[in-house]
Design a protein. Sequence first.
Length: 264
Amino acid sequence: MDSKAPILLFDSGIGGLSVLGELRRLLPDAPVIYAADTAGLPYGEKTEAEIAARVSGLLGRLAERYRPRLITIACNTASTIALGMVREVLQVPIVGTVPAIKPAAAMTRSGAIGLLGTAATIRQAYVDNLQAEFAADKLLLRHAAPELVTAAEAALRGRAVDPAVFAAAAEGLRSQPGGDRIDTVVLACTHFPLVQPQLAAAFGDGVAFVHGAAGIARRIAHLTEGQAFLRTSPDVALVTGSLGEAETLLPVLQTYGLHSLARF
């Protein structure tokens, strides 16, 4: 394995930074390319066919150009829809992102779990299977909150976000039968941990939040165990959309160790 080969993190936007933050703690010397399909954002409102075609096409181009040692699809929506297809096509280890239903089931005291995700994620059979396997004896309530993706993108650009956005997400779960018993909420979109403090304020005391970022980072570390890392140039963030718009994120990207920005 070439010590300069990067780890590639892919997301529709800046949500994957929640995964990158955990990865930096475990593998601070690993060279990273962060790829954001900003031209395709948001994924959660697209059809499964659109997402599968877009993700597989972009990852194929990225893998050919940058020769990563490992790819992480740091996006719940893309993973639940396209992970299997991409693994069949690309000859590189691929780590996906799935809703953290298993740890939530172990954490809950009331037996009632809320799940916030995009519309595309919460309707997937993949989520049904996770529920059947790990939370069959729990009440799992789902709510699509695509507005939280927009809120996270805005917040990291330093823009004000109406607290009503977070209140609406909380009410979307609380208003369902049994929702008043929720004590654990799964953040099933990598954007959502970036606004967890605001969500915590909206839900109030007594609610724990769980997401998969730390587990994904541990999986990457396991798969690259024993490999040498050599960073010969600053880690880069790539975007498919407007470079000018993406430049508003540079101060935040730099706090995650991404010191240059380019379009692909």
